[in-house]
Design a protein around this ligand. Sequence first.
Ligand code: TXA
Ligand code: MG
Length: 333
Amino acid sequence: METKVLKPTVENIRICGEAIRRGELVAFPTETVYGLGADAMQKDAAKNIYAAKGRPSDNPLIVHVDSIGAMSAVVEKIPPVALRLAARFMPGPLTLVMKKKAAVPDEVTGGLDTVAVRIPLSRTALALIRAADSPICAPSANTSGAPSPTTASHVLEDMKGKIPYILDGGACKIGIESTVIDLTRETPRLLRPGGLPVEKIKEVVGEIEVVTNASVALCPGMKYKHYAPKAEVFFSAYYDKMTDTIADWYDKIVSRGGKPVIMCLDENAEKYGKRDVITTGASYDDYAHNLFADLRLADERGYGYIIAEGVPDSGIGNSLINRLIKSSGGRII
Ligand code: TXA
Ligand code: MG
């Protein structure tokens, strides 16, 4: 199959909307990462997603809608807390898990009786949902296990020949996926930290339960290998002498014949002297924005090891730590 990369013009969005209606897959930009979209109400369309990604089919998909009102097409009963969160944060990088309507196929929810819903903050994504005239289910548009794509060319790397269309909306603004909150119990529960810092959500809902026991796979996606480039990733804890320890690890890897690179904030680059670095920007928001792209870049440049700087555990830092722990497979230095 030929994979066409299209600019998000009115005509191209119409073409892609029709492809979705035919049950085909279209990759599209959102403010978080690129999604691999299909009609959420056609069970066979969702099956195509699992095949293209090589993703286990018990890992449910996020359903994207274009308005708060449109949520009721897939959600049985929208609780008041969802409306309060939606009023403040939607469209935006927040996904809410609620009881699903029977019309949502099991293929989309991995057989669960709940559905994850979000409204993306991207004109192209919203226009595509409207052109398809249906909610669009979409995971991140990467091969299962690889870093999520934040540009159309990342999607092409992973999906070339497997899907007909990629809508190219440029680089995603946030760069890591949405925050997933379970609203099916008394107390809202954080299932995946993400683009919307949990502190902001607490301002609206008060307490949030944070699931720390990773062996309980509440959010089925948590139990799979994730965000891993080909290079072996080491992730540093965040502390005073972090840059010294990272430099030592780098030298140790070199002395054993390995080819490492350090992923660091701009301001720290000079602390590593002549060692190879990939700079992630001036702030932790930049780090989040660039993380997945930089993991792919390190592979492209042929590095065998990536040593990633740690960040403070608050705000977007908390979500960054989650992604870095996963892409390093827990190799923390
Ligand atoms: O920002 C995002 O959320 C991106 C863009 C494309 O919207 N999507 C994304 O999808 O990250 P994906 O499939 O890579 O991650 C969805 C996560 C998975 O961890 C999945 O297990 C969880 O949401 N999830 C989906 N439906 C769920 C449900 N009903 N209950 C619990 N967790 C659910
Ligand atoms: Mg993903």
